[in-house]
Design a protein around this ligand. Structure first.
Ligand code: CA
Length: 274
Protein backbone atom coordinates (compact mmCIF):
# COMPACT_ATOMS: atom_id res chain seq x y z
CA UNK A 1 0.00 0.00 0.00
CA UNK A 2 1.32 3.29 -0.93
CA UNK A 3 1.62 5.63 1.93
CA UNK A 4 0.23 9.00 1.25
CA UNK A 5 2.31 11.76 2.58
CA UNK A 6 0.16 13.75 4.86
CA UNK A 7 1.17 16.52 7.16
CA UNK A 8 1.36 14.03 9.99
CA UNK A 9 3.61 11.76 7.88
CA UNK A 10 5.74 14.66 6.90
CA UNK A 11 6.07 15.41 10.53
CA UNK A 12 7.03 11.76 11.11
CA UNK A 13 9.70 11.83 8.47
CA UNK A 14 10.91 15.04 9.78
CA UNK A 15 10.96 13.62 13.29
CA UNK A 16 12.75 10.51 12.04
CA UNK A 17 15.40 12.64 10.57
CA UNK A 18 15.63 14.89 13.51
CA UNK A 19 14.98 12.56 16.44
CA UNK A 20 15.87 9.15 15.07
CA UNK A 21 13.02 6.77 15.96
CA UNK A 22 9.41 7.29 16.59
CA UNK A 23 8.02 3.76 16.12
CA UNK A 24 4.61 4.25 17.56
CA UNK A 25 3.87 7.08 15.18
CA UNK A 26 5.04 5.09 12.18
CA UNK A 27 2.98 1.99 13.18
CA UNK A 28 -0.21 4.00 13.32
CA UNK A 29 0.55 5.47 9.94
CA UNK A 30 0.99 1.98 8.33
CA UNK A 31 -2.22 0.34 9.68
CA UNK A 32 -4.82 3.10 9.50
CA UNK A 33 -5.72 2.94 5.73
CA UNK A 34 -6.84 -0.77 5.80
CA UNK A 35 -10.44 -1.58 4.49
CA UNK A 36 -13.30 -2.61 6.80
CA UNK A 37 -14.62 -6.13 6.79
CA UNK A 38 -17.41 -7.05 4.41
CA UNK A 39 -20.92 -6.25 5.52
CA UNK A 40 -23.27 -9.00 6.55
CA UNK A 41 -25.72 -10.21 3.98
CA UNK A 42 -29.23 -9.04 4.65
CA UNK A 43 -31.64 -11.55 6.00
CA UNK A 44 -34.10 -13.10 3.61
CA UNK A 45 -37.54 -11.54 3.49
CA UNK A 46 -40.49 -13.30 4.97
CA UNK A 47 -42.67 -15.14 2.54
CA UNK A 48 -46.17 -13.69 1.96
CA UNK A 49 -48.97 -15.40 3.78
CA UNK A 50 -50.87 -18.17 2.06
CA UNK A 51 -54.00 -17.09 0.24
CA UNK A 52 -53.42 -13.37 0.66
CA UNK A 53 -51.34 -13.00 -2.44
CA UNK A 54 -49.06 -10.20 -1.25
CA UNK A 55 -45.35 -10.26 -2.16
CA UNK A 56 -42.89 -11.12 0.58
CA UNK A 57 -40.84 -8.28 2.06
CA UNK A 58 -37.35 -7.62 0.72
CA UNK A 59 -34.26 -8.61 2.66
CA UNK A 60 -32.69 -6.03 4.96
CA UNK A 61 -29.66 -4.14 3.69
CA UNK A 62 -26.20 -5.47 4.50
CA UNK A 63 -24.30 -3.81 7.33
CA UNK A 64 -21.31 -1.74 6.23
CA UNK A 65 -17.90 -2.99 7.30
CA UNK A 66 -16.16 -1.29 10.19
CA UNK A 67 -12.90 0.47 9.99
CA UNK A 68 -11.49 3.64 8.52
CA UNK A 69 -12.19 2.58 4.95
CA UNK A 70 -15.60 1.57 3.78
CA UNK A 71 -16.26 -2.14 3.81
CA UNK A 72 -17.79 -3.81 0.81
CA UNK A 73 -21.50 -3.41 0.65
CA UNK A 74 -23.52 -6.14 2.22
CA UNK A 75 -25.46 -8.34 -0.15
CA UNK A 76 -29.08 -7.50 -0.23
CA UNK A 77 -31.32 -10.15 1.23
CA UNK A 78 -32.91 -12.43 -1.26
CA UNK A 79 -36.40 -11.56 -2.30
CA UNK A 80 -38.87 -13.83 -0.60
CA UNK A 81 -41.33 -15.89 -2.53
CA UNK A 82 -44.67 -14.28 -3.13
CA UNK A 83 -47.77 -15.59 -1.36
CA UNK A 84 -50.01 -18.02 -3.10
CA UNK A 85 -52.46 -16.49 -5.54
CA UNK A 86 -56.21 -16.37 -5.02
CA UNK A 87 -58.62 -14.47 -2.81
CA UNK A 88 -59.76 -15.13 0.70
CA UNK A 89 -62.94 -17.27 1.13
CA UNK A 90 -66.02 -15.10 1.18
CA UNK A 91 -68.88 -17.57 1.66
CA UNK A 92 -69.63 -20.10 4.37
CA UNK A 93 -68.96 -23.07 2.07
CA UNK A 94 -65.32 -21.99 1.60
CA UNK A 95 -65.67 -20.49 -1.88
CA UNK A 96 -65.84 -17.00 -3.29
CA UNK A 97 -69.16 -17.00 -5.18
CA UNK A 98 -72.15 -15.56 -3.31
CA UNK A 99 -74.46 -18.42 -2.32
CA UNK A 100 -78.13 -18.50 -3.31
CA UNK A 101 -79.14 -19.94 0.06
CA UNK A 102 -77.47 -19.87 3.44
CA UNK A 103 -76.45 -23.30 4.79
CA UNK A 104 -78.61 -24.35 7.71
CA UNK A 105 -81.71 -22.55 6.46
CA UNK A 106 -84.92 -24.53 5.84
CA UNK A 107 -85.75 -25.23 2.18
CA UNK A 108 -87.97 -27.25 -0.13
CA UNK A 109 -91.64 -28.08 0.03
CA UNK A 110 -93.10 -26.94 3.35
CA UNK A 111 -89.54 -26.17 4.53
CA UNK A 112 -89.00 -29.92 4.93
CA UNK A 113 -85.34 -29.83 3.86
CA UNK A 114 -82.16 -28.08 5.02
CA UNK A 115 -79.71 -26.08 2.89
CA UNK A 116 -76.24 -27.68 2.89
CA UNK A 117 -72.98 -26.97 1.06
CA UNK A 118 -72.56 -28.76 -2.29
CA UNK A 119 -68.94 -27.84 -2.94
CA UNK A 120 -67.26 -24.51 -2.14
CA UNK A 121 -69.54 -22.38 -4.31
CA UNK A 122 -72.92 -24.16 -4.34
CA UNK A 123 -75.66 -25.37 -2.03
CA UNK A 124 -78.27 -28.10 -2.22
CA UNK A 125 -81.55 -28.76 -0.42
CA UNK A 126 -81.10 -31.99 1.54
CA UNK A 127 -83.78 -34.09 3.20
CA UNK A 128 -86.74 -32.57 1.38
CA UNK A 129 -89.86 -34.73 1.72
CA UNK A 130 -91.26 -35.50 -1.74
CA UNK A 131 -93.46 -38.55 -1.25
CA UNK A 132 -97.03 -37.72 -2.30
CA UNK A 133 -99.45 -39.49 -0.01
CA UNK A 134 -103.25 -39.70 -0.36
CA UNK A 135 -104.63 -38.78 3.07
CA UNK A 136 -108.27 -37.96 2.35
CA UNK A 137 -109.51 -40.99 4.30
CA UNK A 138 -107.52 -39.90 7.40
CA UNK A 139 -109.49 -36.70 7.91
CA UNK A 140 -112.73 -35.98 9.71
CA UNK A 141 -115.41 -34.13 7.77
CA UNK A 142 -118.35 -31.85 8.44
CA UNK A 143 -120.67 -29.58 6.47
CA UNK A 144 -122.85 -26.57 7.15
CA UNK A 145 -125.93 -28.56 6.04
CA UNK A 146 -126.55 -32.25 5.37
CA UNK A 147 -129.34 -33.79 3.33
CA UNK A 148 -130.64 -36.75 5.32
CA UNK A 149 -129.00 -39.98 4.24
CA UNK A 150 -126.06 -38.33 2.43
CA UNK A 151 -123.50 -37.55 5.17
CA UNK A 152 -120.17 -35.78 4.66
CA UNK A 153 -118.39 -39.10 5.25
CA UNK A 154 -119.63 -40.19 1.82
CA UNK A 155 -117.15 -37.70 0.36
CA UNK A 156 -114.10 -39.50 1.78
CA UNK A 157 -115.15 -43.13 1.45
CA UNK A 158 -113.12 -43.71 -1.68
CA UNK A 159 -116.26 -44.51 -3.65
CA UNK A 160 -117.35 -42.14 -6.41
CA UNK A 161 -120.82 -43.73 -6.57
CA UNK A 162 -121.70 -42.16 -3.18
CA UNK A 163 -122.01 -38.43 -2.49
CA UNK A 164 -122.44 -35.95 0.31
CA UNK A 165 -125.40 -33.63 -0.36
CA UNK A 166 -126.35 -30.35 1.30
CA UNK A 167 -129.88 -29.05 1.66
CA UNK A 168 -129.44 -26.34 -0.93
CA UNK A 169 -128.74 -22.59 -0.80
CA UNK A 170 -128.50 -21.10 2.69
CA UNK A 171 -127.96 -17.37 2.08
CA UNK A 172 -124.18 -17.77 2.34
CA UNK A 173 -121.68 -20.22 0.89
CA UNK A 174 -122.32 -23.82 1.84
CA UNK A 175 -119.26 -25.01 3.74
CA UNK A 176 -117.60 -28.40 3.67
CA UNK A 177 -114.61 -28.98 5.98
CA UNK A 178 -111.95 -31.67 6.07
CA UNK A 179 -109.75 -31.72 9.17
CA UNK A 180 -106.46 -33.59 9.68
CA UNK A 181 -105.30 -35.09 12.98
CA UNK A 182 -102.15 -32.96 12.71
CA UNK A 183 -100.47 -30.45 10.44
CA UNK A 184 -99.94 -31.64 6.88
CA UNK A 185 -98.05 -30.37 3.83
CA UNK A 186 -100.80 -30.14 1.21
CA UNK A 187 -99.90 -30.49 -2.46
CA UNK A 188 -103.13 -31.47 -4.20
CA UNK A 189 -106.87 -31.21 -3.50
CA UNK A 190 -109.44 -32.68 -5.89
CA UNK A 191 -113.23 -32.40 -5.89
CA UNK A 192 -114.94 -35.21 -7.81
CA UNK A 193 -118.40 -34.62 -9.21
CA UNK A 194 -121.54 -36.74 -8.95
CA UNK A 195 -120.96 -38.03 -12.46
CA UNK A 196 -120.72 -41.68 -11.29
CA UNK A 197 -123.37 -41.58 -8.57
CA UNK A 198 -125.14 -44.90 -8.07
CA UNK A 199 -128.44 -43.13 -8.74
CA UNK A 200 -128.44 -41.74 -12.30
CA UNK A 201 -130.96 -39.09 -11.22
CA UNK A 202 -128.31 -37.53 -8.92
CA UNK A 203 -125.60 -37.20 -11.53
CA UNK A 204 -126.68 -33.88 -13.00
CA UNK A 205 -128.20 -30.63 -11.71
CA UNK A 206 -126.99 -31.27 -8.14
CA UNK A 207 -123.69 -29.46 -8.27
CA UNK A 208 -122.46 -25.87 -7.80
CA UNK A 209 -121.35 -22.90 -9.88
CA UNK A 210 -118.14 -22.09 -8.03
CA UNK A 211 -115.87 -23.38 -5.26
CA UNK A 212 -113.25 -21.61 -3.18
CA UNK A 213 -110.71 -24.01 -1.65
CA UNK A 214 -109.02 -22.75 1.52
CA UNK A 215 -106.20 -24.29 3.59
CA UNK A 216 -106.52 -23.37 7.27
CA UNK A 217 -103.74 -23.27 9.84
CA UNK A 218 -104.06 -24.67 13.36
CA UNK A 219 -105.94 -21.51 14.38
CA UNK A 220 -108.47 -22.00 11.56
CA UNK A 221 -107.09 -19.00 9.71
CA UNK A 222 -106.89 -19.31 5.91
CA UNK A 223 -103.24 -19.50 4.76
CA UNK A 224 -103.95 -20.38 1.11
CA UNK A 225 -106.97 -20.02 -1.18
CA UNK A 226 -107.96 -20.64 -4.78
CA UNK A 227 -111.32 -20.21 -6.53
CA UNK A 228 -112.49 -22.30 -9.48
CA UNK A 229 -115.59 -22.14 -11.64
CA UNK A 230 -117.60 -25.36 -11.88
CA UNK A 231 -119.20 -24.68 -15.21
CA UNK A 232 -121.72 -27.18 -16.59
CA UNK A 233 -123.37 -30.22 -15.08
CA UNK A 234 -122.24 -32.53 -13.79
CA UNK A 235 -119.52 -30.32 -12.35
CA UNK A 236 -116.05 -30.87 -13.81
CA UNK A 237 -113.70 -32.83 -11.59
CA UNK A 238 -111.47 -30.03 -10.27
CA UNK A 239 -107.95 -30.17 -8.86
CA UNK A 240 -106.02 -27.35 -7.16
CA UNK A 241 -102.31 -27.76 -6.41
CA UNK A 242 -101.00 -25.71 -3.48
CA UNK A 243 -97.41 -26.92 -4.18
CA UNK A 244 -96.71 -27.47 -0.53
CA UNK A 245 -98.76 -25.46 1.94
CA UNK A 246 -98.72 -26.42 5.60
CA UNK A 247 -102.06 -26.46 7.35
CA UNK A 248 -104.41 -28.51 9.44
CA UNK A 249 -107.74 -28.28 7.60
CA UNK A 250 -109.35 -27.69 4.22
CA UNK A 251 -112.51 -25.65 3.82
CA UNK A 252 -114.66 -25.52 0.67
CA UNK A 253 -116.95 -22.53 0.11
CA UNK A 254 -119.59 -23.64 -2.38
CA UNK A 255 -121.90 -21.21 -4.20
CA UNK A 256 -124.15 -21.18 -7.26
CA UNK A 257 -126.24 -24.19 -6.27
CA UNK A 258 -127.72 -25.87 -9.34
CA UNK A 259 -130.72 -27.16 -7.37
CA UNK A 260 -132.82 -25.29 -4.75
CA UNK A 261 -132.96 -28.29 -2.40
CA UNK A 262 -129.80 -30.28 -2.79
CA UNK A 263 -126.18 -30.12 -3.91
CA UNK A 264 -122.93 -32.00 -3.30
CA UNK A 265 -120.04 -34.03 -4.73
CA UNK A 266 -118.81 -37.62 -4.55
CA UNK A 267 -115.18 -37.36 -3.32
CA UNK A 268 -112.71 -34.96 -1.80
CA UNK A 269 -109.23 -36.28 -2.57
CA UNK A 270 -106.41 -34.85 -0.48
CA UNK A 271 -102.71 -35.40 -1.16
CA UNK A 272 -99.89 -34.33 1.15
CA UNK A 273 -96.10 -34.69 1.14
CA UNK A 274 -94.75 -36.84 3.93
CA1 CA B 1 -118.01 -40.98 -2.18
Amino acid sequence: MTAVIRPRAAFGLMALGLLGVCCSAERQFDEAPGGGSAGQAGASGTAGGSGVGSTGGGGTAGVAGFGAGAGTAGTAGSTSAGGFGGSQPSNTCGGTTPLDDEPGAPCGICDSGVVMCDGPDATACIGEKLISTPIGHEGTVSASTVFNGFPPAFAIDGDDTTSWFSTGPEGQPTQFEWRAPTTECFTSITIVSNDNNANPDFREEYGFGQVTVQILDDSDMPVWSETRNLTGTPDPTTTVEPAGVRGEAIRLLLTGHESPDCGGFSELRVVANR
